[in-house]
Ligand binder design. Sequence first.
Ligand SMILES: NC(=O)c1ccc[n+]([C@@H]2O[C@H](COP(=O)([O-])OP(=O)(O)OC[C@H]3O[C@@H](n4cnc5c(N)ncnc54)[C@H](OP(=O)(O)O)[C@@H]3O)[C@@H](O)[C@H]2O)c1
Length: 337
Amino acid sequence: MKVVIAGFGTVGQGVAEVIGMRRELFQKGFRQKVTIVGAFDSSSLVKNPRGLDPEVLVARKAGTGRVGKRPLDGGAEEFIEEYDFDTLIETTPTNIVDAEPGLTYIRTALNAGKNVVTSNKGPLALKFRELTSTAAKNKVQLRYEASVGGAMPVINLSRELLRGEQIYSLRGILNGTCNFILNRMKDEGLPFEQALREAQEMGIAERDPTYDIDGVDSACKLAILANAIFGRDVTYNDVMRTGIRSITEDAISLASEQHMVVRLIGEINDKRVEVSPRMVPVGHPLAIGGTLNIVQLITDLAGDITVAGRGAGRKETASAVLSDLLALMNEGRGKRR
Ligand SMILES: NC(=O)c1ccc[n+]([C@@H]2O[C@H](COP(=O)([O-])OP(=O)(O)OC[C@H]3O[C@@H](n4cnc5c(N)ncnc54)[C@H](OP(=O)(O)O)[C@@H]3O)[C@@H](O)[C@H]2O)c1
């Protein structure tokens, strides 16, 4: 399978490294090679039809800030359309205003008959229906395990292993930063602002934390899950959303007195698709601490199924991209026909 990596930041570099690390698995398990034949970031492009060394790409990016030696010069679309490869691995930044540049890259690849594996929430949270229809029309696959919950395998689990189940509802914690803040508020009795500052100092929260603490990130992921698992037709804007900004120390200690913790919970059921702070009994799986993500699926035959994992990280997110690449290879879609 010939792949091109679009976006060469944390996830793109992790994916390149993991492709290098799993050469033997591709060969032994699938009798195939996964060859990186191109990569680009915001300003540069590199390509070689015979293959590029992942280590060289990562080293060049670290050394020069660019993955390639040639300027990109706005030529990404034409490159995706015309260059010979099988799968675009799309890892550009999430943008929930217009989903660009990822939306155009994904659309172009699908229309050119190429599979897409993406970690980018924006295009899926805003244009899910359009993109899945485009993939179907062009008889290619769009896979996106990494877009929700990093390494936590919830999409492929629900759609593939739990295919025979009726999944009634889902609830979970989809943002590790909020979980960390709420946990610190409870454990140390910290006010929200101080717990947030601590998370920022530790590199857990961004300098501009709006996206996490106002529930935007969780709402994007919830919209993707509602579409992918429950066959809904929703966008990020349809998700009812309340963040954790207004949670006070008093609310946290009141919950504690009742043996409860406060968590930012995403829920999908037949009445709502909603992200909001909720009280969860101590000891319940959703009372999980730290920065983990967790999802509970409520099914008819299997009952409750809970899956937890690291929601972010270079190797962790690359592991979810890898699972999608393997699924493509397994279905014989690794190479274009
Ligand atoms: N990091 C995680 O743990 C994680 C987990 C799950 C999902 N995700 C999602 O995965 C995606 C990538 O995340 P990340 O952490 O790797 O982000 P990142 O470190 O900021 O990397 C983004 C990459 O995209 C490139 N880029 C920006 N604009 C571009 C354009 N117009 N054309 C081509 N490339 C462009 C950047 O180029 P430059 O290097 O030149 O700036 C950079 O290489 C995001 O959508 C994120 O939400 C991330």
